[in-house]
Structures are given as structure tokens and as C-alpha cells.
Design a protein around this ligand. Structure first.
Ligand SMILES: *Cc1c(COP(=O)(O)O)cnc(C)c1O
Length: 346
């Protein structure tokens, strides 16, 4: 496969997409002249204020280069080395971060739970906590949930609150991996505060990259106690950008007129269209309820190969035949129709 036979846009991941106009424009504006380094600039102050406005609370905000760092460092701020983090077995912190949460917390163990459709179940949290309480086992200290989940589903406000209730009962902190937080908010139609601090979230990793930025995630502490000395953690981990304004300015552009939500809503709508097209093909099986910007479909290997040979890229995981088709801020209806056509023809 040469680059020229590849399609202009893919369904592999929302991080295949480029930079959306609002983020690009803000970076261009931030590029006019000199500004103080390491976050002491006006863009970073504005971006932090914009995030506080969005969540309607006085949260502490930090900007990191990527989600692995945001998750790992925020979890490290919750846990001591002898603690454990409870998460779903498909969670990015477990499956896609190369042990970074354990590494940056100096050994905190990640413990896995099952749960339908990629969601953590409160009763499982309790089972894990009660399983052992002796000194020989790492003490559960945090629950990490992913919103939207790795399987393209979302937690409703009530589902997050149910997790929170169990966390409160057992003295656990609640971490939210929001690499696709925007898609979840767009899907649920709730205000950001309802699904975060009002539902017990102590710290949110708010994804910028997959929403349409070049690079960067915001670590948002609603529990201010946990934010203490977090800038030192970022610096030590190589996550303090010296030209910080280029990480923070895109947030100003994205949040100013609601571009973040518009782009996420569009990606979700494209996934809904794709789902509809695929459901019209009776031989195909959709694997999970589509609630955000991903569609999971079972494609026989020969069919998947034919679709790839037609120039499309997408990931296979969740067992043989499970293909993830992910829509981005710039996915077009035409892309979706062409992909569906190639799937039908394969
Ligand atoms: C993409 C993603 C991240 C962040 O990954 P990085 O490559 O480290 O930026 C975190 N969590 C989830 C669920 C993701 O999909």
C-alpha cells in the first residue's frame, strides 16, 4: 500500500486527524512575538480560566503533552507506592500506557475489573476492596473510569454517581480518563460539571488531542488537595512545556465559542451515520452500543483485508474480527458512505 492509494481520512483513530481551525488559529495568534515561558504567560492563564468557566468551579488546571502523562501523573498524585488503582480490564491506563501509571507512582499496582460494555461496575469495586485488607496486598486507593469508554460507550450521570457512592463508602478517590470527554458530553447532553465534580470526580484528564488539537491534555483537579506540588511532578516527568503557550492557547480557541463540543458532536454524528449504514448490512454484527464516536463491528478477516486493500485504515482488537471504526472532528458524510460502500462490496 503506497501513501497515494490511501484514503485522505481514516477510521483508525481520532488522533489520525489533523488540527481543527480553532486550535490552529489560536496557535497562530500565540505565535505573535515573545511571551514568558513555562506557563507564566497570558495564554496559559486564559486557558486555565476558560476551563474553570467551563466547569463552573475553582479547579486547578495543568497542561501535559499527552494522555499517558496526564493519567499517570494524576494517579500518582492520588496514590502512594503501596496503593492500588481499580479500573476496567480494557482501560487505557492498563492496556496502552506501558506501565506508566505504576512507574510514575513508584509501584502503585493497577488492579483490573470486568464490566459490561467497558464500564466499571460499583459492586465489582466493593468485591475488589473486600477481597483482601491485609498488609500483604496493595491497598485500593483510587478508581479510574474512562469517559467515553474504550468500547465507545458512555457513563450516564447516574452511573458515575453510583461509582462515586462506592468510592465514598471505601475511601477511594475517583479519577476520570477523559481522552474523549468531549464526545461523552456531546453524547449525554449534560453540562461538564454534572458529569464530573458534581458526580464525585476528584481529577479529570481532559483530552485535547483527539478533540482536534495538535497536542495536549489538561489535568483538571476538582479536589484541590490533590493538586499540591503537581507542577513539580510534571517538571520531573518531562511534562512541563517551556513554550507552554502552544499547549494552552488551543484550549482558548477550542473553548471560546464551543468548538470543542461542536467537533465532538460532529464526530459522534458521523459514527451514528456509520452505524446506520452498517446496520443495513444484515451479515454484520455491531458489537457494543454506539454512544460516542466509535463503532465496533465484527468483520470476517477476509472482508477486513479487502476493506484495508481498498485503502482504509482501522484497528482490530477485542478478539478476532472485532474492528474499531473511529470518527474524528473532520470525518465527512462522504467518507462514511465510501467506507460503508467498500465494506458492502468487500
Ligand atoms: C488516546 C487515549 C489516551 C491518551 O493517549 P496518549 O497517546 O498518551 O495521548 C488516554 N486514554 C484513552 C482512553 C485514550 O483513548
Amino acid at each position: 500500500m503506497t501513501e497515494t492509494t490511501l484514503k485522505p481520512r481514516h477510521f483508525a483513530s481520532d488522533n489520525y486527524a489533523g488540527i481543527c481551525p480553532e486550535a490552529w488559529q489560536a496557535m497562530a495568534e500565540a505565535n505573535c512575538g515573545h511571551a514568558p515561558a513555562y506557563g507564566d504567560d497570558a495564554w496559559t492563564a486564559r486557558a486555565s480560566d476558560a476551563i474553570r468557566d467551563l466547569f463552573e468551579t475553582g479547579c486547578e488546571v495543568f497542561f501535559t503533552f499527552n494522555g499517558t502523562a496526564a493519567n499517570s501523573l494524576s494517579l500518582a498524585s492520588v496514590c502512594q507506592s503501596y496503593h492500588s488503582i481499580l479500573c476496567h480490564e480494557t482501560a487505557h491506563v492498563e492496556t496502552d500506557e506501558c506501565g506508566a501509571p505504576e512507574f510514575f507512582s513508584n509501584g502503585t499496582k493497577v488492579l483490573l475489573m470486568g464490566g459490561e460494555e467497558g464500564r466499571v461496575v460499583p459492586s465489582e469495586i466493593e468485591r475488589m476492596v473486600k477481597k483482601r485488607s491485609d498488609v500483604h496486598y496493595p491497598k485500593p486507593k483510587a478508581v479510574s473510569i474512562t469517559q467515553s469508554t474504550e468500547l465507545g460507550t458512555v457513563y450516564s450521570v447516574d452511573q458515575v454517581k453510583a461509582v462515586w457512592a462506592m468510592c465514598k463508602k471505601h475511601g477511594l478517590k475517583l479519577h476520570m480518563d477523559g481522552a474523549r470527554f468531549a464526545n461523552a458530553v456531546a453524547s449525554l447532553g449534560v453540562s461538564p460539571k454534572e458529569i464530573t465534580w458534581q458526580a464525585g470526580v476528584d481529577v479529570l484528564c481532559f483530552g485535547g488531542t483527539k478533540n482536534g488539537m495538535a497536542v495536549g491534555e489538561a489535568v483538571v483537579f476538582f479536589n484541590l488537595e490533590l493538586a499540591k506540588e503537581f507542577e513539580f511532578r510534571c517538571k520531573q516527568a518531562g511534562q512541563l512545556a517551556s513554550k507552554m503557550r502552544f499547549l494552552s492557547a488551543p484550549w482558548v480557541g477550542m473553548l471560546k465559542d464551543g468548538a470543542w463540543l461542536k467537533h465532538a458532536g460532529h464526530a459522534n454524528a458521523m459514527a451514528a451515520l456509520l452505524e446506520k449504514e452498517l446496520r443495513a448490512m444484515p451479515s454484520l454484527k455491531i458489537l457494543f452500543p454506539r454512544q460516542a464516536n466509535a463503532v465496533f463491528v465484527e468483520l470476517p478477516p477476509a472482508k477486513a483485508k479487502a476493506v484495508r486493500d481498498a485503502g482504509w485504515r482501522f484497528y482490530n482488537f477485542i478478539g478476532a474480527g472485532g474492528c474499531r471504526l473511529m470518527c474524528a472532528w473532520d470525518t465527512t458524510e462522504e467518507d462514511v458512505k465510501k467506507l460503508a460502500w467498500d465494506i458492502a462490496a468487500a
